[in-house]
Design a protein. Structure first.
Length: 111
């Protein structure tokens, strides 16, 4: 059953909720094309939203945060900003994106 509701659900990943800014001070969010990274721990439909952290030499993009519970990289079509909510499907953790003192973004577990 692929009606209009199902099509809308396909476009919004379960891994993130990104509230739009109420004030017009912030620039629009960057958009990213995601490719399937072969992450086999989630259903095929959601694989492009997760990847395995490669260690010290790996770097995160503005659309990626690391799950502090299972160390999987959570990805989004749009850049993350403080206050965004993310969900890690492999470990079922709910998190909020926060800005660290050094300016980088990290996910803080809420549940």
């Amino acid at each position: 059953m692929n009606g209009p509701v199902d099509a809308a659900i396909d476009e919004v990943p379960p891994s993130s909720f990104q509230p739009e800014s109420a004030d017009g001070d912030e620039p629009p969010r960057q958009r990213f094309e995601l490719e399937d990274t072969g992450f086999k721990e989630v259903p095929k439909r959601w694989r492009k939203f997760y990847r395995i952290w490669q260690g010290e030499g790996d770097s995160l993009g503005p659309n990626e945060v690391i799950c502090p519970v299972c160390k999987v990289v959570i990805r989004s079509h749009r850049e993350f900003r403080p206050g965004d909510r993310v969900y890690c499907m492999p470990c079922m953790s709910r998190m909020v994106v926060v800005r660290r003192p050094d300016g980088s973004l990290e996910a803080e577990v809420t549940y």
